[in-house]
Design a protein around this ligand. Structure first.
Ligand code: C5P
Length: 303
């Protein structure tokens, strides 16, 4: 994540994520599902502008009027919880520039919250220990802790137990290229999880992770998997047309998948040029404004 400290405050990017593998291991007593998922950070990002507020209030605005303000907003909740946990009385004016589609399975709201925690920790000079930041992040949402960590991770538990994946110096892969389709409809994470059945013999993240570590794009494409796809397709049948359009691009694309609880779907390309060609063809099929090319940088940069 990029943090910039200006005379005026802190500017921070909040990148989206893609799930390249997601298995549901079981339903827990608290209603959440036990997961094993492989996530990568991508270069599609929101931006948070944080300026000190002399009033001591937490004020939030957004360039997208459909984003909720007040308590329902995860960024506001992040600010309040950090302030409370650290006994801080300072205020902030937060402005969010929204680029990540909502209800798309791209982790936009979670990333905004993680970015707010880290950005406010700097703005308010709190120097919060990293384990306390991680605990605050996990309390805000299952995906939030991932965004405090490295660009590639396997996440377990309800998603909050993050194990960073580091590609060795011998790996030839520096980035992954994707064509990303964001349909004009969103999906509720709770509704999708509400319909999913945990399998009796869950798949393991092992093969997809090994393909990534080997830098084998074809194998990675074959191993892409998301247990939530069936449930998402039942709720929103139009998703099937999106998936079919992506699948029709194979073998130019190594594999296709829905990300997280949807509705965004990805195609893994061999390189940037292949991703751009597939994006042009998909725009011809699906219409303008839904298709973009995104990159996942696999090398660590500070969160
Ligand atoms: O943690 P978060 O607030 O993002 O989760 C949203 C909803 O998604 C939860 O209320 C729950 O219904 C569902 N969920 C789940 N199992 C997970 C993560 C989320 O059932 N591991």
């Amino acid at each position: 994540m990029i943090v910039e400290t200006t005379a005026d405050g802190v500017i921070r990017s909040a990148p989206a994520k893609l799930n390249l593998f997601l298995e549901v291991l079981g339903r827990r007593a608290d209603g959440y599902h036990e997961l094993e998922t492989l996530m990568v950070r991508i270069d599609l990002a929101d931006t948070l502008h944080l300026r000190p507020a002399p009033t001591g209030a937490i004020a939030f605005s957004c360039d997208d009027p459909t984003v909720p303000t007040g308590e329902a907003n995860l960024v506001v909740r992040a600010a309040e919880r950090l302030r409370q946990a650290r006994g801080c009385l300072l205020g902030v004016n937060i402005h969010l520039c929204k680029k990540i589609p909502m209800q798309a399975g791209l982790g936009g709201g979670s990333s905004d919250a993680a970015s707010a925690l880290v950005g406010l920790d700097r703005l308010w000079e709190l120097q919060t220990p990293s384990d306390q930041l991680a605990a605050l992040a996990g309390g805000l949402g299952s995906d939030v802790p991932f965004f405090l960590h490295s660009p590639v991770a396997v996440c377990r538990g309800r998603g909050e137990r993050v194990e960073a994946v580091r590609l060795g110096p011998s790996s030839s892969l520096r980035a992954l290229w994707f064509v990303l389709v964001c349909p004009p409809f969103g999906l509720s994470t709770a509704a999708v999880f509400g319909r999913v059945q945990a399998p009796s013999r869950p798949r393991s993240v092992g093969p997809v992770l090994e393909a990534l570590l080997r830098g084998d794009i074809d194998a990675l494409g074959r191993e892409l998997f998301n247990r939530l796809e069936g449930a998402a397709g039942e709720i929103q049948p139009a998703l099937r047309a999106v998936r079919s359009a992506l699948e029709a691009q194979q073998p130019a694309l190594a594999g296709t998948l829905m990300s997280g609880s949807g509705s965004a779907c990805l195609g893994l390309a061999h390189d940037e040029e292949a991703a751009r060609r597939a994006a042009d063809r998909l725009t011809g099929v699906l219409g303008p404004g839904l298709v973009r090319v995104v990159r996942a940088d696999l090398e660590s940069s500070p969160a």
